[in-house]
Design a protein around this ligand. Structure first.
Ligand SMILES: C[S@@+](CC[C@H](N)C(=O)[O-])C[C@H]1O[C@@H](n2cnc3c(N)ncnc32)[C@H](O)[C@@H]1O
Length: 268
């Protein structure tokens, strides 16, 4: 099965959160009097973009550009989640030139569970600021901790994997005071912070192993692993993520344990 299709089938936790947080916090969004250009960053398979985000935007929307680092995810999104006003594009948000090449400005930027993969959040928020119109807003969910964070941290010194991977966990370190850390970064960049909160979660996932496989298979670190060891690496990721998560004997399901982070801010 294609990795993008596996993600589509197993990503009930991120999807549930996108539904929950948009319902709770979308009243903080202020729409322009004209039809807006909107960006969705790290759109993955595109199902959250089309089924969850799009209905919130429909009445305000000129064009929704949905981008992802993974060409595999983008091609799945084009095939399965296409709509007239959505354009899917492969873009690396960590790459200045990719972002410049977007060639337009936006009134809202959304991103669901993507930006924790980008280590330099200061530069990222500056990039957001530069591609927003005045009064534009960001609405972001990200992760400040999870079984994936714990696994990648362990790999920094792991006998088998450390020699292949770069000497960084690849995740943002939101520090032990994530709200304060992000609020300061956003204010220094020129944003007015409307919301910046974390929440501990434990969400049962039907096919937890499939979910982890789909996430680590598109993570950029997989490219550092020699082809012949890739499957072993994925299996080891799955084992570690299971160990760092909760298992219920009654339901036979793993619960993905993580700390979510929700951020809404306005360009001053
Ligand atoms: C957990 S998925 C979330 C997908 C979707 N937003 C959702 O809520 O289901 C994270 C996505 O972020 C993408 N991603 C990671 N780093 C990225 C980067 N630097 N630029 C663009 N996308 C990135 C990954 O390829 C992956 O598809």
């Amino acid at each position: 099965m294609r990795i993008s299709a596996l993600y589509a089938q197993t990503s009930e936790a991120p999807r549930r959160d996108a539904i929950l947080y948009l319902k709770r916090y979308s009243p903080l969004l202020k729409w322009q009097p004209y039809k807006e250009n909107v960006l969705d960053i790290g759109c993955g398979d595109g199902s959250v973009t089309r089924e969850v985000l799009y209905p919130y935007l429909e009445d305000h929307l000129e064009k929704l550009m949905a981008v992802d680092l993974s060409e595999e995810m983008i091609s799945y999104a084009k095939e399965n989640n296409d709509l007239d006003r959505i354009t899917y594009k492969p873009v690396d948000l960590d790459n200045e030139e990719d972002v410049r090449n977007l060639g337009m400005k936006f009134d809202h930027i959304f991103s669901f569970y993507c930006i924790h993969w980008i280590a330099d959040q200061r530069s990222l928020f500056k990039r957001f600021y530069n591609i927003l119109n005045p009064g534009g807003q960001i609405f972001i969910t990200t992760l400040s901790d999870s079984s994936l964070h714990k696994t990648f941290k362990k790999y920094l010194t792991d006998e088998t994997w450390a020699k292949y991977l770069p000497n960084t966990s690849g995740f943002t370190d939101y520090t032990d005071q994530p709200e304060e850390f992000v609020t300061n970064l956003l204010e220094e960049t020129g944003f007015k912070v409307e919301l910046c909160i974390t929440e501990k979660q434990a969400t049962p996932v039907d096919d937890f192993k499939g979910f982890i496989r789909s996430v680590v298979s598109v993570h950029r670190f997989i490219n550092y692993i020699p082809e012949e060891f890739k499957e072993e690496y994925i299996q080891d990721q799955i084992r570690n993520n299971c160990e760092f998560s909760l298992y219920s004997k009654e339901t036979g399901k793993y619960s993905w344990t993580y700390t979510s982070f929700v951020i809404v801010a306005t360009k001053k």
